[in-house]
Design a protein around this ligand. Structure first.
Ligand code: TSJ
Length: 661
């Protein structure tokens, strides 16, 4: 894909010249170096501008930045394998067996190209030469930014003739590029340690890196990535290699969801190109109600979608409508909406284009308008042909879409009824709600509490100015099978919907949300776990923006009270309990351990000081991943497929307390 030589490509003469006398490298430094260093100082002053944040996401961004360069090298045909390692002390080492970053003197700056890569802003791996230039965001900021934000960074290049080495500290070279012994190897290795004075944390998350590396292995079919975490006694490692590309991606996603079954055995796949841009789509339907659409532009995950997704959705809906009419499955004026034809669909869209424009707050929405037409055309033509050639598959999928359309109609009718009703009754708050007095949503919290006795403690312990209590009781309905229409009329969830005040599903209006924090407070037992799973599933399906915008929390009540005489300590795990016992009994005598079987056993004061007081409590903010997992568990527990449910329960029997997250 990247065939044109780089700007300061390897000019034979220059390189031979320089490699004969490594001292010469030193002499060729000039004033432009000063500019270089100022550039990197800017990165250290405002790191967020370059990597988004100095939190864990920014930290992981450093790794992506380096790995992306090796992937580019693979795409250019220069190598086959990438090794990514987390070493003790959170040092990252990335290597490939490519051509090696060029070491020849860059004519404009008079220093080796590899040094330029690490010291000149925006001269990183994405430099020149007809690659996919990425603009408008945090993407592809380059190796120099990683260097600037590292305590130290070392690069080793083998070009088939010699080994070269250079070290940098805080972005500044400690010595010029050193030419070492001859070698017939070729490749690049970069090791770095993120600067702990810049990052809030320098502890990498294996799972997060694994997820992203796996994604890259799917998006670049054939690429081999070896990933290892060598920080602990036990080495964790994965070999990531998918010849099937994004088709393997779809298969992988489906293989992870035990509770659902695919509706047709083969992943549908198509590809098209126009004016140097390419579009590739893989999709497959399953028997769940969820849509899982992942889109990428130049291998960057576009979480907020954009023109490629719009082109796909428009064409998909059109193909279904045209085929539905022709096959006599759609009657009269009936038409599918986009949401109908996406129900139960898992799809991956990958586009490659020059000058990708990323928009929006987080730069994760593709803006290039020409891509809409490309994806639309490709999807329309190829999917129409596929349906004509595979009528049995088409029929299966369309039947599912028909059910979805009917459910949508039924839901709308139910909503209209509900709206008329609430307009008449006007008393829109549920009777069980004990509201707070504050009305500023930024300051308010609602505790959704399991059971009436816990509700009583919570009411007694709360700060009534800004904390509201909503007790829930009894078993809730099966949200999986009861669709939006049923949820509206269900007596158990209606209080939640009414109390939050922002509606659900397509009607959700987050500006109407009545509390800034929605806190699920349930016991640490099996029933509590069920309630959490149910509520998270409900939020995931019908109020997803609340999760995305960080409004949903899980309270963390203590499991034990350890006391001795007048002294006492709360413990939130078995380990904490044991530590508290050890500490309290160090000077002799026995400690008393009380196990809280439920929130209701705590008196209001205890509940306040351990779980509700903002100054002392810990809470878990629910992420989309947590909720998605709850949704999966919910499917397994409530779905009608007995086998996965049994497997799951057997496998998790001993962890039953942790079912929810
Ligand atoms: F991020 C980075 F720049 F530090 C980095 C780059 C890190 C790692 C682990 C690998 C790489 C990298 C760069 N691997 N391979 C390359 N290839 C080139 O830079 C290269 C080599 C030859 C030619 C050519 O035209 O001959 C062009 C390029 C871009």
């Amino acid at each position: 894909m990247r065939s044109a030589p780089i700007e300061y490509g390897i000019r034979r003469e220059v390189r031979l010249d320089q490699t004969q006398d490594s001292n010469k490298i030193e002499n060729q430094y000039d004033a432009s170096q000063i500019q270089v260093l100022e550039g990197l100082d800017a990165v250290r002053k405002r790191p967020g501008m370059y990597i988004g944040s100095t939190g864990i996401n920014g930290l992981h961004h450093l790794v992506y930045e380096i790995v992306d360069n090796s992937i580019d090298e693979i795409l250019a045909g220069g190598c086959t394998e990438i090794n990514v390692e987390i070493l003790p002390d959170n040092i990252i080492r990335v290597s490939d067996n490519g051509r090696g970053i060029p070491v020849g003197i860059q004519p404009k700056l008079g220093i080796p190209a590899v040094t330029v890569v690490f010291t000149v802003l925006h001269a990183g791996g994405k430099f020149g030469g007809g690659g996919y230039k990425v603009s408008g965001g945090l993407h592809g900021v380059g190796a120099s930014v990683v260097n600037a934000l590292s305590d130290w960074l070392e690069v080793e290049v083998c070009d088939g003739q010699y080994r070269y080495y250079q070290r940098f500290e805080h972005g500044k070279e400690t010595a010029p590029l050193a030419k070492l012994e001859p070698t017939d190897k070729h490749g690049t290795q970069v090791a770095f340690k993120a600067d702990a004075t810049i990052f809030e944390t320098t502890e990498y998350d294996y799972e997060v890196l694994l997820k992203r590396l796996r994604e890259q292995a799917f998006l670049n079919a054939g690429v081999q990535i070896n990933f290892a975490d060598r920080r602990g006694e036990e080495v964790l490692s994965e070999h990531l290699h998918y010849e099937g590309g994004i088709c393997s991606f779809v298969e992988y996603i489906h293989s992870k969801k035990k509770a659902q079954e695919v509706l047709h055995p083969d992943v549908i796949h198509f590809f098209g190109e126009e004016n140097g841009s390419t579009a590739e789509v893989a999709l497959q339907y399953n028997d769940s109600f969820n849509t899982n659409l992942l889109s990428f532009a130049n291998n960057i995950h576009t979480i907020d979608g954009g023109t490629h997704e719009i082109g796909f959705k428009t064409a998909l809906t059109r193909v279904f409508n045209e085929y539905g009419k022709k096959a006599n499955m759609l009657k009269g004026d009936d038409k599918f909406k986009s949401e109908d034809v996406m129900e139960g669909m898992t799809a991956v869209i990958s586009v490659k284009l020059t000058d990708a424009q990323f928009e929006g707050q987080t730069k994760s929405k593709l803006g290039n308008t020409e891509i809409r037409k490309l994806v639309n055309d490709v999807t329309y033509e190829k999917l129409t042909t596929y349906f004509e050639e595979n009528p049995a598959v088409a029929k299966t999928i369309l039947e599912k879409s028909l059910l979805a359309a009917q459910a949508r109609e039924a839901a709308k009718a139910a909503r209209d009824r509900a709206r008329r009703k609430s307009a008449l009754e006007s008393a829109a708050l549920p009777g069980k709600l004990t509201d707070c007095s504050e009305r500023d949503v930024e300051l308010t919290e609602i505790f959704i509490v399991e059971g009436d006795s816990a509700g009583g403690s919570a009411k007694g312990g709360r700060d009534s100015r800004y904390q509201a209590i909503l007790p829930l009781w009894g078993k809730m309905l099966n949200v999986e099978r009861a669709r939006v229409d049923k949820v509206y009329s269900n007596e158990k969830l209606t209080p939640v919907i009414l109390a939050l005040g922002c509606g659900i599903g397509n009607e959700l209006d987050i500006s109407k949300l009545r509390y800034g924090k929605v806190i699920v407070m349930a016991d640490a037992d099996v029933d509590g776990s069920h309630i959490r799973t149910l509520l998270l599933t409900f939020f995931f399906r019908f109020m997803r923006p609340l999760i995305e915008q960080g409004h949903i929390y899980l309270a963390q009540p203590p499991l034990f009270k350890v006391s001795k005489g007048k002294k006492f300590r709360y413990a939130f795990s078995d380990e904490e309990r044991d530590a508290a016992i050890a500490e309290m009994t160090a000077d002799g005598g026995k400690a008393d351990v009380q196990r809280y079987k439920g929130l209701g056993e705590m008196d209001p004061e205890q509940l306040w000081e351990t779980t509700m007081d903002p100054a002392r409590r810990t809470m878990k903010r629910v992420t989309l991943e947590d909720a998605e997992r709850a949704d999966e568990i919910f499917n397994i527990l409530m779905g009608d497929k007995v086998q996965p449910r049994r497997e799951f329960i057997e496998a998790n029997a001993k962890f039953v307390n942790n079912l929810d997250i």
